[in-house]
Design a protein around this ligand. Structure first.
Ligand SMILES: Cc1ncc(COP(=O)(O)O)c(C=O)c1O
Length: 393
């Protein structure tokens, strides 16, 4: 009897039940089913650099293909430390301050699980990437939401200050911000750093789009802000910069004390990340400046192509300062909400997009914005534009 009762209960733990299947899976599955052009989930429809793929293949054939050190192989940790110096002027100890993880996703999870006690509070700025709330819940903490303010998704200084309490263990800062493409200013980050200092709070910086910052702006990593030096964990990934989202090679950079927390949980989650892919990504990160410049130039052209075309169709377009996403306002269109719009667009127009309401805990706050990614071949973007323009006219 007891066994039958147990079988009728949901197996999923209570903390995770409110979340359901991610919107990225839902839209990609729908897009594939109806044969739409998938501008929803953020992955390229082209391959990353050939020499990097060959380097991984060579490493697999050469071997060994066994567990590597949990913290990551030395060449990759050194490449990450080199990158921090080269792009940001920040000195990092590759042995004690860099940890390689299964993508930025695992790094965020490892940071939270390694740091946070049940009952702690974690501040999430909205819109918030959909992985953070369930991760906070799995860590047994409480998410405290602070919406960025319009226009421009700027930092609501007063609101943020009010959200900090003696229980605020961490704040997650996604910079550049998915889905709106906001890039935080140095002043905004310094303001957060001051609050973190006052409340003994750790900042977790999710900087996976660090190399996609447009129009001459410069990305500021948290570790460039002196007050964050002992208080921030900077997380990034090779997924976006080298167009290999399926490899899941990410990393966390932090002072020795915070790195200990990340490594403590990381060793019990995945232990280590595929060593051949790490070897190839060590080579990728160390590529010449020309690679990074070409990457940014190609993405600037893609952004311009899609944003300009959406504007010409009469959409109110959010031109991103960073990331490979743009968003349009659908308030004037006759749909119940952004989800209904995206389902219609995918099934009837043949272009998939992401309803951004899933980036707000009160979904109504984001129901007027729909996100398109432009990490696609120009031909794909042109085909999507053609379909959308035909529908709009
Ligand atoms: C803001 C943000 N963080 C993290 C990730 C996941 O990165 P990874 O694939 O390296 O786990 C993504 C992927 O879209 C993202 O947009």
């Amino acid at each position: 009897m007891k066994e039958k009762k147990a079988i009728n209960q949901p197996a999923v733990r209570k903390a995770l039940r409110p979340f359901g299947t991610t919107i990225f899976t839902e839209m990609t599955v729908l897009s594939n089913r109806v044969g739409a052009i998938n501008l929803s989930q953020g992955f390229p429809d082209f391959e990353g650099p050939e020499e990097i793929r060959r380097a991984a293949a060579d490493a697999i054939m050469r071997g060994p293909n066994q567990y590597c050190p949990s913290m990551g192989i030395t060449p990759l940790r050194k490449a990450v430390a080199g990158k921090m110096k080269r792009f940001y002027g920040v000195s990092v100890d590759a042995d004690a301050e860099v940890t390689v993880t299964a993508g930025a996703s695992e790094a965020i999870g490892a940071a939270l699980l390694g740091l946070v006690e049940p009952g702690d509070e974690v501040i999430l700025l909205e819109p918030t990437y959909d992985l953070y709330p369930p991760m906070v819940a799995m860590a047994g903490a409480t998410a405290v939401y602070v919406p960025l303010q319009l226009p421009g998704f700027s930092l609501p200084r007063e609101g943020l200050q009010k959200a900090f309490t003696p229980r605020t263990k961490a704040i997650i800062i996604n910079n550049p911000l998915n889905p709106t493409g906001k890039v935080f200013t140095k002043e905004e980050l310094a303001f957060i750093a001051e609050l973190c200092g006052r409340f003994h709070t750790i900042a977790i910086g999710d900087e996976v789009y660090e190399h996609l910052v447009y129009d001459g702006r410069k990305h500021t990593t948290l570790l460039q802000i002196p007050a964050f030096k002992e208080r921030a964990i900077v997380i990034s990934s090779t997924a976006k910069t080298f167009s290999m989202t399926g490899w899941k090679v990410g990393y966390a950079v932090a002072c020795r004390r915070l790195t200990e927390a990340v490594r403590m949980s990381h060793q019990f989650i995945t232990f280590c990340t595929p060593s051949a892919l790490q070897e190839a990504m060590a080579q990728a990160i160390s590529m010449e400046d020309a690679y990074y410049q070409g990457f940014l130039e190609r993405y600037t052209a893609k952004r311009d192509l899609l944003c300009r075309a959406l504007g010409d169709m009469g959409f109110d377009v959010l031109w991103p300062e960073g990331t490979y996403y743009t968003a349009v306002d659908i308030a004037d269109l006759e749909f119940d909400d952004d989800l209904a719009f995206c389902r219609h667009l995918t099934s009837e127009v043949g272009v998939a997009a992401i309803p951004t309401s899933f980036f707000w805990h009160q979904r109504r706050d984001g129901r007027n914005l729909v996100r398109f990614c432009f990490c696609k071949r120009d031909k794909t973007l042109e085909m999507a534009v053609e379909r959308l323009a035909k529908w709009r006219s």
